[in-house]
Design a binder for this molecule. Structure first.
Ligand SMILES: Cc1cc2nc3c(=O)[nH]c(=O)nc-3n(C[C@H](O)[C@H](O)[C@H](O)COP(=O)(O)OP(=O)(O)OC[C@H]3O[C@@H](n4cnc5c(N)ncnc54)[C@H](O)[C@@H]3O)c2cc1C
Length: 337
């Protein structure tokens, strides 16, 4: 175990801010995690597990130890005529895993192509894009429950998945995930109903798309719409799309008939946070080193070595203006530390 001190987190987070961590180490096995946690207990310091840091914002020095997860491995544990079962190390790169499955012809996660991050972080906020959420393919999750230092295997139901939400997000930092167990389909039902995917397939004149066609369409859409963190620091969508009651939606829709929203049940609606932010005039606005991305107002970007605090303050200004105009409190999707 090599523990480094006072490490800049700039290259370990997609926002690229220069906050530091008091201690830093990498873990490549479940045993290494136990060893590191024992060290933290002896020193009585907090700890935090990180994947690629694409959904975090540090606003100050982290006064504990950061464990960078590097647990690797993709293992086929079982298969039937229609399904394949895979156990995947939490430190595996998410897009690499998706590409591997697409190449093998195992379907279910192709719409989640090119989402940055690790496999181990995918259940945390139940990553989702283009009509699919990862919960649809997760069978169970292996994690260390740090409340009692017991290894647990949590079923899909135990994970309490919701929209950008799960048990792991609700009980932050309690579970350290080491493996995610997936069930994928050999004859998947491809999900091409999402508008942008349909358009790309139509442009390319693809009438009977393969899994690879869907994955490539998603990659093309994402490359055109989202900033590349390697070039412009960001963490994807900074805010969640808010859900409101049907009654509140109907009142708001009278005032703002163009508002983008869709029903999620017969009693509730989900609103497009991007639309709300854009209609407060934020799209493309830059203030100093921070800005609201010109092609997608849900994304906050670090233009020029902004600190985590500057990015946080910018997000607070957006929240306040949406509250003022629409009387809606936006919730941050990004994890703030
Ligand atoms: C350009 C861009 C586009 C994006 N698009 C999407 C999108 O379409 N859909 C979407 O859902 N997300 C999207 N995201 C957000 C992000 O990619 C995902 O949330 C991803 O799962 C984060 O993975 P990570 O390894 O970087 O996690 P990190 O940012 O390192 O960690 C995120 C949180 O999970 C915790 N965590 C990480 N690993 C573990 C583990 N093994 N055990 C327990 N806790 C852990 C961390 O402590 C932290 O609280 C995007 C981000 C960017 C930069």
């Amino acid at each position: 175990m090599t523990i480094k001190e006072n490490i800049s987190l700039q290259s370990f987070t997609s926002f690229g801010c220069n906050e530091t961590s008091r201690y830093f180490t990498s873990v490549a096995s479940a045993d290494a995690i136990l060893e590191v946690l024992q060290w933290c207990k002896e020193k009585n310091i907090p700890y935090l597990i990180l994947g690629t840091g694409s959904n975090v914002l540090f606003t100050k020095t982290y006064e504990g130890l950061i464990l960078k997860n590097e647990i690797a491995g993709i293992v086929k544990t079982n298969e039937t005529a229609t399904e394949v079962f895979l156990s995947v190390g939490a430190g595996e790169n998410w897009h690499h895993f998706v590409s591997y499955c697409v190449q093998k012809g195992w379907g279910g996660i192709e719409n989640l192509s090119l989402i940055p991050g690790t496999v181990g972080a995918s259940p945390i906020q139940n990553i989702g894009a283009y009509g699919v959420e990862v919960q649809e393919c997760i069978q169970s999750v292996t994690a260390l429950d740090t409340l009692n230092d017991q290894w647990v295997n949590l079923s899909n139901h135990d994970c309490a998945f919701g929209y950008r939400d799960s048990l792991f997000k609700q009980q932050k930092n309690r579970y350290l995930i080491t493996q995610v167990h997936f069930v994928l389909q050999k004859q998947p039902h491809l999900r091409t109903d999402y508008g942008a995917i349909k358009e790309v397939l139509h442009e390319k004149n693809i009438k009977n798309p393969s899994m690879a066609d869907v994955s490539n369409a998603v990659i093309q859409i994402r490359n055109a719409k989202l900033p590349d963190p390697a070039k412009l620091g960001n963490a994807g969508s900074f805010f969640k799309n808010p859900s409101i009651s049907k009654t509140d939606y109907e009142k708001l829709a009278l005032q703002f008939p163009q508002m983008m929203a869709y029903p999620i049940s017969d009693k509730a609606y989900k609103l497009a946070a991007g639309w709300l932010i854009e209609h407060c005039g934020w799209k493309g606005v830059r203030k100093g080193k921070v800005g609201c991305f010109e092609k997608q107002s849900l994304v906050i970007v670090n233009y020029d070595h902004a600190s985590g605090k500057e990015i946080f303050d910018f997000s607070e200004e957006i929240i306040q203006s949406v509250l003022q105009k629409f009387n809606l409190l936006l919730e941050r999707e990004v994890n703030i530390f």
